[in-house]
Design a protein around this ligand. Sequence first.
Ligand SMILES: C[C@H](O)[C@H](O)[C@@H](O)C(=O)CO
Ligand code: MN
Length: 429
Amino acid sequence: MQVNQIASFQMAKELYASHGIDVEKALEALAQVKVSMHCWQGDDVRGFLNRDQELTGGIAVTGNYPGAARTADELRQDLEKAFSLIPGKHKVNLHAIYADTDERVELDQLAPRHFAKWVEWAKEQGLGLDFNPTCFSHQKSADGFTLSHPDPQIRQFWIDHCKASRRIGAYFGQELGQTCVTNVWVPDGYKDIPVDRMGPRRRLKESLDEIFAEQLDPALHLDAVESKVFGIGSESYVVGSHEFYMGYGLQNNKLICLDAGHFHPTETISNKLSSLALFAEGMLLHISRPVRWDSDHVVIMDDELLDIARELVRHDLLSKTHIGLDFFDASINRVAAWVIGMRSTLKALLRAMLEPTELLRQVELAGDYTTRLALMEEFKSYPFGAIWDFYCAKNGVPVREAWLPEVKAYEKEVLSARGSKLGEAKKLV
Ligand SMILES: C[C@H](O)[C@H](O)[C@@H](O)C(=O)CO
Ligand SMILES: [Mn+2]
């Protein structure tokens, strides 16, 4: 660590201490936070099963930046690169289509053995794993319906896929000694105005009941359910709406997943946490950045991310909240996208931990809103950057933008040989 970094840290630490903020305690708390980094940013949600299928489910990846991972080994190599630039020990969030196997296997037949290489790797790297059934990009979801499909056979296929996914999740939890969250998201919905809004929701509920019938040890495995307001091709009606899953999750003790991009454009998930936390067993966050719609832009430290972090810290919700990222941007270097999203999320949490929460609470209760506003504003320019730099250096990862040349070098040495989606092996400089 450089001498000037230590000096800046000491000065900042004293300043925070003068407001009763224990910086060392904040850093210890930050080190406990595991963020689940989504594997699908690394290859534009293609996966390794059914690679010939186009991405469906009303989600879209834009951009043609060269270097997407084409195999599980390449994806793991890229994940390792990204984690080497992010402080702390975290988790990787896998989708079912990322099975690493030579077998030709259908989604409903997936088993733990198809993910053994991921487990072996996660053990070596000291990472946890989370999981998701993949209910899209498949011929059986081509008409936009899966778990709420009117055809019982198709519905059963997706039910069996979700059951298989939970067993894989439980296997991750067992093998890695840390709880795996398996999150169910389905794209089901109508482009145009439906007549029957209830029927598909009743079928989805019945499918979920069947999927969750098998009891799994909650120490090893937790279920989450993710809602959405609309998708491309399901603009008028989404079966798994927020009300649907909030009801389902609360009634059945499931984690409720809030994706930052899955609500109306002016609706924020930060404002939902304090309500949900009073009633729910726990929450899963898909931190994303919607720009005008559910565009899944790379997460940055914007106002909403800071507000999410503040809510988690101020109300002591970190222990009942599982934090995951969910974005897919193919217009920039994909490893950089992960690093930016992860570092921003951790930085936002640290910033929230360095706020004088107790003091702000007291002035608010006393009705002194002038002091509340003044302090909240002044604390925005407090030297949290010096504390973040120290944390990065202490964790042996690059300080500030020093990670970028490492990504550029990796791009030159490794990614440029892979080419772009259009097929040409474009050389990058
Ligand atoms: C690939 C993910 O499962 C997906 O992004 C889902 O979580 C979602 O947010 C769909 O819009
Ligand atoms: Mn999501």
